[in-house]
Design a protein around this ligand. Structure first.
Ligand code: AP5
Length: 221
């Protein structure tokens, strides 16, 4: 099964994708995570991407798409994947269709996690991420059991550099600019499913699982 999670920054794409990937035993592919690994590893891609990310702008399509192709071509994606953060532009969506077509594959569905403005700000300003395993926490909504340490691996939590108020506003503006055509793309292909993602994480997850089961009734979750 190949699922895309769409939605504004803070919609919960990463949070949902991590759990969904475990439940469906599929890899979670997050272009944001891969880019951040490249930035911290000071790779050529990371050096090129860093300034765009710090400003809350999109990294150019050709860089991200090449990075995605390399990830999709790894053997663990044979049975599918949960895609988080890609596509972000209509060009990326069209490229993804072509990449998958070339591999005799297609997206099963794209879920749009509809999230309101105040919820986005509250979630992103309180987000803390594990520096070792990447698990997401929130200082109020999903606090770790021990202050600033990861429940999963004990790693120290940090605040993402782009979770500052000014950068959050820019990221949301960029998202709004690109999202309409992206959503239309999947609606036209009858692959779009929408859900209100303002509610609690477990409720949102259960709805996504139901959507997956509608597509494949034999799915073991
Ligand atoms: P990326 O890392 O993809 O960031 P984003 O899309 O801005 O999304 P976020 O990670 O901020 O939010 P999320 O929806 O995953 O929310 P989360 O689950 O963490 O991209 C970062 C940057 O990389 C981009 O700005 C761009 O520069 C570049 N980039 C990446 N992909 C690109 C591409 N394809 N093309 C070009 N450039 C690209 O949740 C947020 C917080 O809320 C957490 O604290 C969580 O605990 C909490 N939370 C989540 N769900 C709930 C809930 N239901 N109830 C209460 N709290 C919740």
């Amino acid at each position: 099964m190949r699922i895309i999670l769409l939605g504004p920054p803070g919609a919960g794409k990463g949070t949902q994708a991590k759990v969904l990937a475990k439940r469906l035993t599929l890899p979670h592919i997050s272009t944001g995570d891969i880019l951040r690994q490249n930035v911290s590893g000071n790779t050529t891609l990371g050096i090129k991407a860093k300034d765009f990310m710090n400003k809350g702008a999109l990294v150019p399509d050709e860089l991200v798409t090449q990075m995605l192709i390399e990830r999709i071509d790894q053997p663990d994606t044979e049975k599918g994947f949960i895609l988080d953060g890609y596509p972000r532009t209509l060009k990326q969506a069209e490229d993804l269709d072509n990449i998958l077509k070339g591999r005799n594959a297609a997206i099963d569905f794209a879920v749009y996690l509809d999230t309101s403005g105040p919820v986005i700000i509250q979630r992103l300003s309180g987000r803390r991420v594990c520096s070792k395993c990447g698990l997401n926490f929130h200082i109020k909504n999903m606090p770790p059991k021990v202050d600033m340490l990861c429940d999963n691996c004990g790693g120290p939590l940090y605040q993402r550099g782009d979770d500052k108020e000014e950068t959050i506003k820019k990221r949301v503006a960029v998202y709004k600019q690109e999202s309409a055509s992206l959503i239309e793309h999947y609606r036209d292909k009858q692959k779009l499913k929408c859900l209100n993602a303002d509610g609690d994480a477990e409720g949102v997850l259960n709805k996504i699982i139901l959507m997956a089961k509608e597509i494949d009734g034999s799915l073991k979750v």
